[in-house]
Write a protein that binds this ligand. Structure first.
Ligand code: SF4
Ligand code: SF4
Length: 116
């Protein structure tokens, strides 16, 4: 499943540079599918939803750092364990029970984000 950041976050910023998918954003910051990925222009996600990868999307949280679920692969394809959870000093990067995905789905997502 994807990882989420809880409101215990102290906004230290340690996790953001560790994410291989650029799925972590500072509070109130806009996000894009194209940030840190190979995606650009019109894209259709594996779940069928269509986006413009270069278009700025509304922040998901205005108070603490947040993770874009559609960009989080639980670090599959890059690392053995979620890097955000490994560095977070207050252990607030936790499994997102509302976004459960299989390992195969996470690998497919990683390939979708970074395919040439
Ligand atoms: Fe990024 Fe990995 Fe954390 Fe997901 S688990 S947000 S891919 S660092
Ligand atoms: Fe928040 Fe943890 Fe990331 Fe620091 S490392 S910004 S406390 S989620």
């Amino acid at each position: 499943m994807a990882i989420k950041i809880t409101d215990e976050c102290i906004n230290c910023g340690a996790c953001e540079p560790e994410c291989p998918n650029n799925a972590i954003y500072e509070a109130a910051e806009e996000w894009r599918f194209s940030d840190g990925t190979k995606l650009s222009g019109k894209i259709v996600l594996l779940n069928g939803m269509a986006f413009n990868a270069d278009e700025a999307q509304e922040p998901i949280d205005d108070e603490v750092y947040y993770i874009v679920t559609d960009k989080c692969t639980e670090c599959k394809g890059f690392h053995e364990e979620p890097q955000c959870a490994a560095v977070c000093p207050v252990d607030c990067c936790v499994p997102d029970d509302e976004n459960e995905e299989t390992e195969a789905q996470l690998i497919a997502k990683q390939q979708f984000l970074h395919k040439e």
